[in-house]
Design a binder for this molecule. Structure first.
Ligand SMILES: Cc1cc2nc3c(=O)[nH]c(=O)nc-3n(C[C@H](O)[C@H](O)[C@H](O)COP(=O)(O)OP(=O)(O)OC[C@H]3O[C@@H](n4cnc5c(N)ncnc54)[C@H](O)[C@@H]3O)c2cc1C
Length: 375
């Protein structure tokens, strides 16, 4: 069928960032059309951990994360998908990891609550002796990334948002978009295509230095004696996330981890876990950045994930259910927010925190854009 639509806002991309823009627009009473080239979301938004790590962020990411937190809670209720206010558990396997957590907790912020080893092991089925303690990062949430986007799409469609899947956008212009099926005329265009911005608007991608980050991921089943109550991070996570990465103690931790395990450092490992409602565990992840990372996933990464998981969890074995590669946009800054033309807004999370911050980024970008638009 030939597409010839008219809208107040045309959104390109039906991942969490595009859906966030559509949600922001429809809540303001605007007529919204969303176009995506795939048949249903299969990008980063379904390939991730479902870990909304708000309390791990600082600065702009934290501001977007706080906005996103409220929107996630509201959407989960209204669209009817699984979300838990679990917080995040951080397992400290060594004293230097505990020291980083203690420094973060000392500021008096209610976000970081220290746990002793017993308390941590009551919340996570960890091997006896594997941890010296840990922390709970209170504001964090967890969703099931495999169902959240589809539920949001159903909810937005019921509120009148028009979706066109299997429809690739080939050109963006002030006043609308051109697609493989026809055109959408719109006063505002929001481009939310993640790393593929270099295919649609190469000059925007080049200005922001956008490339791709490819990640190896796997899902396993194991003979765990209890449930994992929240997403679980480790020392390898502390050296990455804004809340911890800049602390004085973290530099020494990074040096120790890299000296002891250059193999894991070479994978750019973030050793972390989330448990899905069916009891399976998502294990990950490695990171490889390039304009076009290779499609071949080194088995060494998966072996490392399994070895690390077996050393930490109280399980005799894990059975691999699935492996996959995820890709997200990576750039100098954490976010891309540009207006390359009148009425055109480009937004992306340009590091691996789009589930945490994407709804907040989209809400902020849309509200700023609408206020700036001439009456
Ligand atoms: C393995 C992995 C683990 C992660 N873990 C976490 C995590 O735990 N917590 C967290 O906060 N973040 C995490 N992230 C990051 C997060 O998933 C992403 O930042 C976020 O999902 C990006 O959302 P998006 O809407 O920009 O992109 P996507 O979900 O990739 O959506 C972009 C959409 O644009 C469409 N598109 C592209 N080009 C066109 C075109 N020309 N025409 C039409 N449609 C087009 C695509 O088909 C796609 O559906 C992870 C990412 C990965 C890959």
């Amino acid at each position: 069928m030939k597409l010839s639509a008219r809208a107040d806002v045309a959104v390109v991309g039906a991942g969490i960032v595009g859906l966030g823009a559509a949600y922001a627009a429809v809540r303001r009473g605007l007529r919204v059309v969303v176009v995506d080239r795939t048949a249903s979301p299969v990008g980063s938004t379904v390939r991730n951990f479902g870990h909304l790590c708000i309390g791990m962020q600082t600065g702009q990411a934290r501001r977007y994360g706080d906005i996103a937190r409220e929107l996630w809670l509201r959407l989960a209720r209204d669209a009817g998908f699984w979300l838990r206010e679990s917080g995040t558990l951080v397992a400290a396997m060594r004293d230097d990891e505990l020291a980083v957590l203690e420094t973060a907790a000392r500021g008096g912020s209610p976000d970081v609550r220290m746990l002793d080893a017993d308390e941590l092991r009551r919340r996570a089925p960890l091997r006896a002796g594997a941890v010296v303690g840990g922390a709970l990062i209170a504001p964090d949430l967890q969703v099931n990334p495999r169902e959240a986007a589809a539920a949001i799409i159903r909810h937005l469609a019921a509120r009148g948002v028009e979706f066109h899947f299997r429809t690739a956008v080939t050109a963006i212009r002030p006043g609308g978009i051109t697609t493989t099926r026809g055109t959408v005329d719109a006063g505002s265009v929001v481009v939310a295509v993640n790393h593929d911005i270099d295919q649609l608007l190469p000059e925007v991608a080049e200005r922001a230095d956008v490339q791709r980050c490819a990640l190896d991921m796997m899902r396993v089943a194991g003979d765990l004696p209890a449930a994992l109550e929240a997403p679980l991070l480790t020392g390898w996570s502390l050296v990455r996330y804004g809340r911890f990465s800049g602390l004085p103690e973290t530099a020494a931790l990074r040096d120790r981890l890299h000296a002891e395990r250059p193999d894991l450092a070479a994978l750019d490992l973030n050793q972390m876990y989330t448990q899905l409602p069916d009891g399976s565990l998502i294990l990950g992840d490695s990171h490889a950045r390039a304009v076009q990372p290779g499609p071949f996933q080194p088995e060494g990464a998966f072996e490392a994930f399994l070895d690390q998981a077996l050393a930490l969890f109280d399980a005799r074995r894990f059975r691999v259910i699935e492996r996959w590669q995820g890709v997200y946009a990576s750039a100098r800054d954490e976010f891309l927010l540009e207006q390359p033309d009148d009425g055109v807004v480009v937004i992306a999370a340009t590091t691996g925190i789009g589930m945490t911050c994407g709804l907040g980024l989209a809400e902020t970008a849309l509200s700023t854009h609408l206020q700036e638009a001439p009456a």
